[in-house]
Design a protein around this ligand. Structure first.
Ligand code: ZN
Length: 151
């Protein structure tokens, strides 16, 4: 699968900025793990990322270190809604200040979507005691696949 270039570029820019401000050196292995994370369907588990890195002989410890680093660098976020199922999943933080997701109640599938009308509506809203930085909108329901199974 080709790397979604825009996604990878945004992620690697964020990583570079984070490393610079924390006096850490860039590493080839880390960039490879990041590239794999961008290629995976979102959200993904640590095990899925580990499997995607197998061909590069990247160790489990490195994959977990990268996950922690990428989360701190605001490249990935932990999808906490899946905690009840016991497995932590990770997803890339999108470029948009408004993150919108469809979440299927049946299979747990998370699909990011964009709706400019909603984005405008949310961003135009002013709050007296709060300056927003990022928004999340979770829409729960039934995905196309699960709906098909039922039909
Ligand atoms: Zn579903």
């Amino acid at each position: 699968m080709p790397v979604p270039q825009r996604t990878y570029k945004l992620a690697s820019d964020r990583l570079r900025a984070y490393l610079r401000t924390h006096n850490m050196r860039p590493s080839r292995v880390r960039n490879m793990v990041l590239e794999r994370a961008c290629q995976l369907p979102q959200p993904f588990t640590a095990a899925q990322l580990e499997e995607a890195c197998l061909s590069e002989r990247i160790s489990t410890a490195t994959v977990y270190n990268c996950l922690r680093l990428f989360t701190m660098a605001q490249i990935l976020y932990a999808v906490e809604r899946q905690r009840g199922k016991g497995v932590m999943r990770y997803a890339l933080i999108s470029a948009s200040p408004v993150r919108m997701e469809f979440i299927c109640d049946k299979c747990g599938r998370v699909t990011e979507f964009q709706d400019q009308a909603i984005v405008r509506l949310i961003q135009e809203r002013k709050f007296i005691n709060f300056t927003p930085r990022q928004y999340s909108l979770f829409v729960y329901g039934e995905c196309r696949v699960c709906r098909k199974i039922k039909d």
